[in-house]
Design a protein around this ligand. Structure first.
Ligand code: HAM
Length: 425
């Protein structure tokens, strides 16, 4: 019997991984241009870190964490997201003691025990940024502009950027009271889950996907009517900068986000092409989180892109770099000739030429395989070539071939494949 993968954990096969890495490189390049530096974070953290930062009553902490006790009885969890870890690392490594504004990015797998479906996995990958120490609306606009740029830069265009103002610890309680009052009057229409949330964490009701709850949410008081003057001014300044910068967005007062640390600006980038799990990226401001986790009183904000969803949105004809070997080596004849072919393939690879190796089959089957693999050139090295210290270099595209000295074939190929500058420079 074969052993299958774990539900919700998927393989990324060579064709897709190629596109993945190319997209990742592009995003990484933009992160660097925007001044973000990579932080490599552990996959495992103390459970307490997530409970304290994401919120005890959030779905992620209540139901979705891969938590276990280690041999000493300490509760540890696979990270369900990156912000908590980044903030923990910022505090633990005193990153606030250099430049007061710290820009970090991270990439890698996150783990949530959610019901798997299209676009929703139990292990998924994020590329995220955290900008810590900047309270200004320019920081919000910059982060949103970066996300807008990134999506377009990798070729994803039909995405809606929706933003909301969640207020802050000072003004949100008044809104929560108003919302609780409203929800109390619609109790009979709410699903069982929302009945529970209506008291504890009423904003979550606005996020429920059950039809009756959506109808209730549509008539709920809007947070935008309840935020204080400062939060309102901050949001207006962010919007003005986005408008000036030509970044398209909609204001959606129902964006509440599934994690408790957000204040003021919160946002989601969604696409109708993704189905039910429609957010390709999301984020917001989390002033207060660093302090709550025992660090200095500094603001922060950021976002994370879901890589699996981003890849699903790429156009069919996305220009995928070829992962085919440029050259196929065909060794034939005596053991010495095969050894010489093996050594030449190795030398070429060390100088930067991608070489496919035919293995020990017949000349005919090796040539057929080279053709099928789409190699641009085939090198044939048999006993006759070995004796003359030559190889046969066959140009597959032009269907021509020539004999060239064995010692020169590397330079010739580097030049013809346009690799001489990259490899030597
Ligand atoms: P989040 O909204 O939980 O935010 O996740 C961000 C993105 O990760 C989502 O928009 C989605 O694309 C992807 N994602 C989440 N769960 C899954 C899943 N089960 N399967 C596939 N993709 C998924 C955060 O994680 C925050 N830490 C973002 C942030 C950074 N806020 C501030 N800084």
């Amino acid at each position: 019997m074969t052993v299958k993968s774990v539900k919700g954990f998927r393989d990324t096969l060579p064709g897709e991984s190629n596109v993945w890495r190319r997209v990742e490189e592009r995003i990484r390049g933009a992160f660097h241009t925007w001044g973000f530096q990579e932080i490599l974070l552990p996959f495992l953290e103390r459970t307490e870190l997530f409970a304290r930062s994401l919120g005890e009553t959030t779905e992620v902490v209540e139901k979705q964490m891969y938590s276990f006790q280690d041999l000493r009885g300490e509760s540890l969890s696979l990270r369900p997201e990156g912000t908590a870890s980044a903030v923990r690392a910022y505090i633990e490594n005193h990153l606030d003691q250099g430049d007061p504004i710290v820009r970090l990015f991270y990439t890698g797998p996150m783990f949530r025990y959610e019901r798997p479906q299209k676009g929703r996995y139990r292990q998924f990958n994020q590329m995220g940024i955290e900008l810590i120490g900047d309270p200004s609306p320019e920081a919000d606009a910059e982060v949103l502009s970066l996300l807008d740029y990134l999506l377009a830069h990798v070729g994803v265009t039909d995405v809606t950027l929706a933003i909301n103002n969640l207020g802050h610890a000072g003004c949100r309680p008044a809104y929560l009271d108003a919302l609780r009052g409203y929800l109390a009057s619609s109790r009979e229409d709410l699903c069982a889950d929302c009945l529970r949330k209506a008291e504890q964490n009423p904003m979550r009701v606005l996020d429920c996907k059950v039809e009756a709850c959506i109808a209730v949410a549509a008539g709920a008081p809007s947070i935008l009517d309840h935020v204080c003057a400062e939060c309102r001014a901050h949001f207006e300044a962010v919007r003005a900068l986005l408008d000036l910068n030509g970044v398209k967005y909609v204001v959606d007062p129902r964006i509440v986000r599934g994690l408790d640390y957000y204040v003021r600006t919160a946002f989601e980038a969604t696409s109708s092409r993704l189905g039910a799990q429609n957010a390709v990226a999301a984020g917001g401001r989390y002033d207060g989180l660093v302090k709550a986790l025992g660090g200095p009183d500094v603001p922060g904000l950021g976002f994370a892109i879901g890589m699996e969803r981003l890849l699903a949105l790429l156009p069919e004809d996305a220009d995928v770099p070829s992962d085919r070997p440029s050259v196929a080596m065909v060794g034939a004849g005596s053991n010495e000739a095969r050894q010489a072919a093996f050594l030449l393939a190795d030398r070429l690879r060390r100088s930067g030429v991608a070489v496919g190796w035919g293995g020990g089959r017949s000349l005919k089957s090796q040539l057929r395989r080279a053709d099928k693999a789409g190699a641009s050139y085939v090198i044939i090295l048999g006993d006759e070539e070995l004796e003359k210290d030559e190889v046969v270099l066959r140009d597959m595209r032009h269907q021509s071939q020539e004999r060239v000295p064995r010692a020169r074939v590397g330079d010739i190929l580097l030049r013809r494949l346009g690799l001489d500058e990259t490899v030597k420079g």
